[in-house]
Design a protein around this ligand. Sequence first.
Ligand SMILES: CC(C)(COP(=O)(O)OP(=O)(O)OC[C@H]1O[C@@H](n2cnc3c(N)ncnc32)[C@H](O)[C@@H]1OP(=O)(O)O)[C@@H](O)C(=O)NCCC(=O)NCCS
Length: 199
Amino acid sequence: MPSRSSRTGHPRTARRGSADPLRIRRYRPGDRAFYARSIERLQDHLRALDRTGMVQRPPGFGARYARVALPLIRRYHGRILVAERDGRPVGFVAAYVRPRNRMRDLELRPGRHGFVMDLYVAPSVRGQGIGTALLRAAEGFLAERGCVRLFLDVFAPNGRAHSLYRRLGYTDFGILMTAAVARPRATDRSGRYSGRSSK
Ligand SMILES: CC(C)(COP(=O)(O)OP(=O)(O)OC[C@H]1O[C@@H](n2cnc3c(N)ncnc32)[C@H](O)[C@@H]1OP(=O)(O)O)[C@@H](O)C(=O)NCCC(=O)NCCS
């Protein structure tokens, strides 16, 4: 597992691409509006890439997402790290320690696993190493929490993020597939399924 960050509880300065130093710090309550807005932009990004029509961004999405995600991240000993430049937030990463799961404990080698939930960088500052710095900081945080392996999901059409993760040492592991299914009809003569009334 690639983990080379220093202690992530402290502000870090870094990175190529700008004279303004980048600082990575813990999320604080005043970041909530930035977080919610970024989540909406991330969702818009995914929706624009989606060919199935499944991805949606209903009204109030960012605020609603924050209401669910923030307690979940707390419960699973996670953290949101915010990248700041010139005193303004420009990106974030959210990560937590995956809760134990009896089935997974059976199927996978034992050991604490971390999960990187979301990564986002504002469009105007992309390509400057901020996403990389955020991910490395999340890795450092999770390693400090005792994680020996990290997982993250990437939306299949999000090629740019996928290649970034690959470049940073992540390996494809499982593919989530989807299909629309027709509602079964009781009069289906094919014999494949007739156990249910369509009424
Ligand atoms: C994926 C994302 C977090 C990467 O952030 P970033 O700050 O651009 O990442 P980095 O600069 O560290 O590295 C990105 C690499 O991809 C390239 N890249 C990614 N997005 C880019 C963009 N919009 N413009 C130019 N280059 C881009 C960079 O050139 C860089 O390549 P390099 O390391 O060879 O220089 C960012 O593009 C983003 O927020 N995308 C929308 C949300 C998203 O897809 N999140 C991931 C969900 S799984």
